[in-house]
Design a protein around this ligand. Structure first.
Ligand SMILES: [Ca+2]
Ligand SMILES: [Ca+2]
Length: 489
């Protein structure tokens, strides 16, 4: 760094300190009411001593300066971290922003400042703090612990080969957006979401517009892009929202998105050329809607009860587009690691185009087959093989359009054989073309399906499959790198 720049930054910090002192003096009544600061004071007590002043922007160029600026931060402050590599020390956020005025810790520009080596940013107990624009390559990764609320992790790059997760979130209302996670070869996920205690889940975590790229861990298990929960947290209601993320070469595990908690929504994501699937591995009541899974090894698989899988397109995968899981147990009330049979689930209005073998498989060869699962109004296209393999209890079929494969175990009442006249549109996605027998052919009402893959209203009698033909409005396409990550709008 040039000497001139450094002097300016040091002066800036001195000036800031000089401002802080008279501000405190200007509030004698507050000082009189508040005991002298002790090392044991709570964050709330510390916040009560925050000097009252207008928000400021301050530039820092060392861990010490950054920590000092955080210690006197007020809502609306923006602390800019100069370009450089910060390889040791603990940076502790100690003060909270507000919903309108977060405290922002930002790299000078996206990717300009790297948290490396053993350095770490700690967010214990704070809320409305934004961490923006860094490269994280340190052995610590980044952790948003229980008790921190409504913080935002945005436009960062997570990389390197640390063991374990790059980013761990256990805090309610955390927003994780526009980050890039890339090039991991070691075991450990890109993003882990946990929660309080042994069984809880962080509430309303929102994961969107991130780019999960090139996870190349070669082990059997433990290289997911997102693991949303854990076996022991499977009955924790998380109400998470995972949307508009792009996964490419998510090859570190057979699951790219592994949901292990309950009541989440996974929608509008794109998985390209990934070994990993969208997997509901544990938990109940999750909705998987409007995702593109293109290429790679397989599509969507689910275990557990009460899931809704609608409006998805799975195509060009070498393996199985849809797996309805059987389990070693029927209903897992003890939160074990066992697979749980899928019960009371709906798989409707998906477009599933296989490249060989089976298209939909029930049961996974496990002791307890799935039960009360509805497979309806899907387009199921195979290339040889069976449309449906395996069995279960009280399975329901209706309104599917089948082409290119034998029915397999699907009863004749569950489908019509016809060429759905699919044609590749933007992003190679299979869509209906004029004259398709899928148009206005759905037989089920499915009130949960009001939109199509393009997120526009379905019209008249619904069309079979994910695409409502010629519906008004722009067509959705698979996400590209221009739509996600730190540089996206
Ligand atoms: Ca079950
Ligand atoms: Ca229609």
């Amino acid at each position: 760094m040039e000497r001139k720049t450094r002097r300016k930054i040091v002066l800036g910090v001195v000036f800031a300190t000089a401002v802080a002192v008279p501000s405190a003096i200007a509030w004698p009544s507050l000082a009189a009411q508040t005991p002298a600061q002790t090392p044991t004071q709570t964050p709330a007590q510390a916040a009560a001593q925050t000097p009252t002043r207008a928000p400021r922007t301050v530039t820092v160029s060392s861990v010490q300066q950054l920590s000092a600026a955080l210690d006197v931060a007020v809502p609306g402050d923006r602390i800019t971290v100069a370009a450089g590599r910060y390889a040791s020390g603990i940076i502790k956020a100690t003060r909270s922003g507000t919903g309108d005025k977060p405290i922002t810790i930002s790299a000078a520009s996206v990717g300009a400042a790297e948290i490396a080596g053993s350095a770490q940013i700690q967010l214990a107990g704070v809320s409305h703090v934004v961490v923006q624009g860094f490269v994280f390559s340190s052995t610590a990764g980044l952790d948003v612990p229980v008790g921190a609320t409504a913080n935002r992790i945005t436009r960062n790059v997570f990389q390197g080969n640390k063991s374990g997760a790059f980013l761990s979130v256990s805090a309610d209302d955390t927003e994780v957006d526009h980050n890039m996670f890339q090039n991991k070869k070691s075991a450990g996920v890109y993003l882990q979401v946990n929660g309080p205690g042994a069984h809880g889940m962080a509430q309303r975590v929102h994961v969107h517009h991130n780019y999960f790229f090139n996870h190349q861990f070669k082990g059997d298990n433990g290289g997911e892009s997102i693991r949303f929960g854990l076996s022991g947290r499977q009955h924790g209601d998380a109400r998470g929202l995972i949307e508009y993320n792009l996964f490419e070469k998510a090859d570190g595990d057979s699951e790219a998105i592994s949901v292990k908690s309950s009541n989440n929504v996974v929608r509008y994501n794109t998985l390209l050329n990934s070994r990993g699937t969208i997997s509901l591995r544990h938990g109940w009541g999750t909705t998987v809607e409007g995702n593109f899974v293109i290429g790679g090894r397989s599509g969507i698989r689910f275990f557990g009860n009460n899931h809704t899988v609608i409006n998805n397109v799975v195509q060009d995968s070498s393996g199985l587009p849809m797996e309805v899981g059987g389990g070693e147990i029927r209903d897992d009330t003890n939160s074990t690691t066992a697979h749980e049979a899928a019960d009371h689930c709906v798989v409707a209005f998906n477009t599933l185009v296989g490249t060989g073998g089976n298209v939909v498989k029930y049961g996974s060869g496990k002791k307890f087959p799935p039960s009360d699962v509805t497979l309806a109004d899907n387009i199921i296209v195979g290339k040889g093989g069976s449309a449906v393999a395996g069995t279960g209890g009280a399975l329901k079929f209706g309104g599917n359009i089948l082409n290119g494969a034998s029915a397999g175990t699907m009863p004749a009442s569950g489908f019509t054989s016809a060429d759905p006249r699919l044609a590749r549109g933007a992003g190679t996605v299979f869509r209906l073309s004029a004259g398709s027998p899928a148009i206005d052919a759905a037989t089920g009402s499915f009130p949960q399906v009001t939109l199509d893959i393009d997120r526009v209203a379905r019209t008249g009698t619904k069309d079979v499959g994910a695409d409502e033909f010629a519906a008004s409005g722009p067509q959705a396409r698979p996400l590209t790198t221009a739509d996600v990550g730190p540089q996206a709008p």
